[in-house]
Design a protein around this ligand. Structure first.
Ligand code: C2O
Length: 503
């Protein structure tokens, strides 16, 4: 294993990813931020310096941070945020994660303004026998774009003080592929110049804040081989839909007539209030020196081929990983709704998460020597719903969406098994899928349910939240706290302890 060093400087700059000028928060002056690429087992040492006027923190989405929960980068849970003018050096191992993922600010909704980038970890295990191969890899970061600074959107969204409805605030203005989008007639496209007759692994990463994204490439089928770090049995589709923070790897072969082809990204906002989808494009070209654009016109599709879009129930792990039987079960209803003043509030188990100012959960655990919350569900900290286990248990968590809209939930520090999901109320039947998919970001259907299974063997407080930036800000977040008697003995770096003292 190698130690890889990175220097991240977070600052505010003017930007115009889709042609519309706006203030952005970025790392090293660019959006998307730098791609981190490592081999499984490598150590990553990333010095983050904050040149913003507010605090910040960086989260390494999907990494397990086993033994280093304090470097998970989640404001108010594992740290208090890097104060303006100061630095924090994150230092952790990629360990058991491999695959496609990303890093992003986990302080308020800052990542919406541009603090995000790709994180690619190449596996140390050889691919399973017969697994497809590829010639080259490309990172494709897909995001929705908002023209208003996210703090201003959130303020209106939560308080209802603005001229527009929360559902309209959730709707993006446009989107971008690798930082380039189109708004109001702008004709800048992110352009991949590829070689003919080669197979490319597109690492599709949804780094956006709210919208669902459908991705496709004209005349080119996509063969899915990875979902959130889990290798899949190859599954060929005409298009793939990603929810916020999800990742897929798709193989594409440049075997059509030489020329330019559209990469298409359709954005479907959570409420879809406008009733329209936003169409954002990029270009893949090969076998030609010409810089011309592909023909105008709608997605030609794959008539007569029987090829269909991805159906998530057909995603099958290439290497079966069968979970142990459950030893605990919890049911957690959640809801997002309006306040009397026209704002928005979200709850999990009737508690709306509010970040504790000037402290974090890990420090709380240490200060009380691991005994700050009893085993099982509790609201010991008032504004935080936490499930604590101080022994290693196999936990089934039933997430019950009592409201409208699909929510992309993410569990930190784990890649849980998705045992099942559905519409309506869960009827309690036994869920024993033969080869369940493990992934860290998963959809809880509108007025529906999802059952996940995780093992409480990774010490520390981890968040489980809806990854829609506005929903997280409205309190759609809880924590799972595993093995506090172990995490209470962690040596928390003094820079992190001092962050909280300086609040
Ligand atoms: Cu992508 Cu709580 O994180």
């Amino acid at each position: 294993p190698t130690t890889r060093h990175y220097n991240f400087v977070v600052s505010e700059i003017p930007g115009a990813p889709d042609g519309f000028s706006k203030p952005m928060l970025v790392v090293n002056g660019q959006w998307p931020g730098p791609t981190i690429e490592a081999n499984q087992g490598d150590r990553l040492v990333i010095k983050v310096t904050n040149h913003l006027s507010n605090r910040t923190s960086i989260h390494w989405h999907g990494l397990f941070q086993n033994g280093t929960n304090y470097y998970d980068g989640t404001a108010a849970v594992s740290e208090c945020g890097i104060p303006p003018g100061q630095s924090l050096t994150y230092d952790f191992e990629t360990a058991i994660f491999s695959g496609s993922t990303w890093w992003h600010s986990h302080f308020d909704t800052q990542y919406t303004d541009g603090i995000s980038g790709a994180l690619i970890v190449h596996p140390s295990d050889p691919a399973p026998k017969g697994f497809p191969t590829w010639d080259e890899e490309l990172v494709v970061e897909l995001s929705d774009v908002y023209h208003t600074f996210s703090a201003a959107i959130v303020e209106q969204y939560l308080t209802g003080t603005g001229p527009v409805q929360p559902l309209v605030l959730e709707t993006p203005d446009s989107g971008a592929i690798n930082g380039v989008g189109q708004y109001n007639g702008s004709t800048d496209y992110f352009d991949f110049e590829l070689q003919p007759h080669k197979t490319y692994r597109l690492r599709l990463i949804h780094t956006g804040s709210a919208a669902q994204i459908r991705f496709s490439v004209d005349h080119h089928p996509l063969t899915l081989i990875e979902a959130d770090g889990t290798l899949l049995e190859p599954y060929t589709v005409s298009g793939v839909t990603l929810l916020v923070a999800q990742r897929y790897s798709a193989l594409i072969t440049t075997n059509q007539t030489a020329g330019p082809y559209w990469m298409r990204m359709e954005l479907i906002s959570p409420s879809n209030v406008t009733g329209t989808t936003t169409d954002v494009r990029g270009v893949i070209r090969y076998g030609t020196k010409s810089k011309s654009l592909p023909p105008a016109g709608p997605d030609p599709g794959f008539p007569g081929t029987g090829l269909a879009d991805m159906d998530t129930t057909k995603l099958t792990p290439a290497v079966p990983d069968i979970p142990p039987d459950r030893s605990r079960f919890y049911s957690v209803p959640f809801n997002i709704g309006g306040t009397p003043s026209g704002g928005t509030i979200a709850t999990m188990n009737n508690v709306s998460w509010v970040p504790l100012v000037g402290t974090n959960t890990l420090l709380e655990i240490q200060q009380t020597n691991g005994n700050y919350a009893p085993e099982g569900p509790s609201t010991e900290l008032g504004n935080q719903f936490i499930i604590t286990e101080d022994t290693i248990q196999t936990i089934d968590l039933l997430l019950l969406n009592t409201g409208f809209g699909e929510h992309p939930f993410h569990l930190h520090g784990h890649r849980p098994w998705i045992l099942g999901f559905g519409n309506g109320t869960f009827d309690g039947h036994d869920l024993n899928p033969p080869n369940p998919l493990k992934r860290d970001t998963f959809a809880v259907p509108s007025q529906g349910w999802l059952m996940l299974r995780y093992i409480s063997d990774n010490p520390g407080p981890w968040t489980l939240h809806c990854h829609i930036a506005w929903h997280m800000a409205a309190g759609l977040l809880m924590q799972v706290n595993s093995l506090p008697s172990v995490s209470s003995k962690f040596h928390i770096p003094s820079d992190i302890v001092n962050q909280c003292k300086s609040y």
